[in-house]
Design a protein around this ligand. Sequence first.
Ligand code: DAH
Length: 337
Amino acid sequence: MNAEELKQLKEQALEETAEAGSNEALEAVRIRYLGRKGVLQEVMKGLKDQPPQDRPLIGQLANELKQELQAALTDKTAALEGATEGPETLFDYTLPGDWHSMGTRHPLSKITERAVAIFRSLGFTVAEGPDVETVYNNFDALNTPPAHPSRDMQDTFYLDNGDLLRCHTSPVQVRYMQKHRPPVRIIAPGRCYRRDTPDATHSANFHQIEGLYVDEQVSMADLKGTLSYFAGEMMGPGVKIRFRPHFFPFTEPSVECDFSCHVCGGAGCRVCKQSGWIEILGAGMVDPNVFRAVGYDPERITGYAFGMGIERIAMILYGIHDIRMLYENDVRFLKQF
Ligand code: DAH
């Protein structure tokens, strides 16, 4: 085989490589040219029969053939692999589409976000505290007497180390005031725990939003103004509030706050049990003992606080009749919001 023939042989080998449509065809090309009994071996064997002056050139050309062919085979193998995985071969354009339905915000998240936005617009900032609390923050600093029933093992989850799962978001008040000087204007949404047997209106795990406003000369009128505004924004225009006297250890005086029924406008309907009013939250003026516990001067400082159940508001606004639906993660229920 002379030099010219060898050059042609290379062209042919490269062409066959380019045309090979499968791994098997490629392997056949490799064996034919580079195999132990392949064409190249024949050329090398025939080298000794060539005129001595031609041998270096033929040797060089044979080497070139070997190297270029090997490179071409590697490239082509990779190309074939890519092609079988490529979208053109895998993607069947005639198949019906794969529908991914959009998720929705959980109703409790929606209510929380709305409430937070309303209070933010009034200058409140969001504060947080841990679910696992000390007895001190959850009860003592909040002026809760040692024999108060809410401290009972039957009502509160205690941990082995003496801490507890907070039964309300009020301890966030304590934590925040310990770290900040007045004025304080915070809301604290969060999870709470009580040893309640689950039924349509009770859950051992629920959510509250706590509010706290502390400064000089904060009054009950400020509390009423803030909650009035909140009621209208949250439940709808025209919703009014009323205070009824109540008792909480951490506020004095304390009130329960009702919102006028957003469904009937106060005339009486099923939602408000014909009363025209719906009980929404607890509130009051921060008890001086709470201020003392956090090192504030109760002679100089006053404040109001309130706490409301997020589940309760969600149930009232969305017409949910069983609190447990909020935790069951039934998509048929959740996607309605
Ligand atoms: N912590 C009370 C509860 O869990 C709610 C509450 C009432 C919070 C009055 C307050 C408040 O901050 O002033 O029922």
